[in-house]
Write a protein that binds this ligand. Sequence first.
Ligand SMILES: [Zn+2]
Length: 407
Amino acid sequence: MNVFDRRYEMMPRAELEQLQLERLQALLVRLKRNVRRAREKIGDTRVESLADLARLPFTTPEDMVDSFPYGMFALPMREIIRLHTTVGPQGKPLVIGHTRNDLAQWGRLVARQLVAIGVTANDVVQMCFGGGVYGAAGYLFGAQVIEASVIAEDSAHVDYQIATLQNFQPTVLITTPGNALDLMQVMEQRRLDPQSLHIRTVLLSRPVDHETRERLAAGLFARVQCNFGLGEILNPGLCVECSAGHFHVHEDHFLAEVQDGELVLTTLCREALPLLRYRTRVRCELTREKCSCGRSGARIVPGERLDGRLRVNETPLYEGQIAGVLARTKAAGQPFTFTVSERRIVVSVEISDDLFADAVGLIEELTREIESEFLARLGIEADVRFISPRSRAGVDTELDADSKTED
Ligand SMILES: [Zn+2]
């Protein structure tokens, strides 16, 4: 059976809950001693059983923004050996720190996930992530723990990825859904038979719908598994997708609750940045019914974001950030609408009839300005369109720089 840490992953429920209670009590001691904000909120609340959890205060993403950068760290910076950032409310940065123990633990938690999907020391694992080291870091730690061979490729270069798949014959591919779809598409265009490659399993960095999973499984001729994680808690390494297709939270490390339909997590062991009852802003269903795989950790079905967070080309994005980018251009203050697709954002900016009628050069300049601001500020590609206020009144007028140039 594919279980890395049988003792903890399959721990009988009563024993697991006793372990959680002890770790929760130790967490409260650490929080009260080392984090002022937590000490003030927790006060004299005592925890005698897991049911007392409900009496403890929540931590919110806004708390993390308020205490940016290090206000919620429980240890001095000399103990912190790794930092990474993620995106919080309205695009504000959040910073997460790790001690040496946190990183070692991260590797062991991701190893659980890799073993669950059948990765062994005999596998060659190809990882394709763009934009910084963090996307791949957790997977790298996990693969090191189980001593699989790792080869990393940048997701920006599909050609190199395909060459690596052909030359090094990786058996496991870990990447984003967007990159997996790109790979599949390019292989189809070149009539490259996926059966000529050696990929057995694809691990996607986030959940996808059933249809996408089936398409990728057929197009890459491999079993497709998904990860679910959260930058503020741990991603990857929060849970494992088992052979029965369920996400099990590693409940010896993360105490999971659902409050008002929202996933709430408490980090039980993390040293650098422990979070008590963290409101993840992710809709979720949770059950502790027994699973045929034998794991005892809670099963979750993560749903949509509850805070309006969008995603373009794997980059998280909030609506306020779009207005923020436009505010830096000559289109500042103009009404706009937008739609997002997997890869790009289409922004429609309203401009006055005067501009609409006669300022071709200006429209082209503005288009370039807005597109380059989106790329520079948010790292995403934007298609900019301009609409006349009259189009809102039902008059069909729309133009963009491209169509105007053709006139
Ligand atoms: Zn299971």
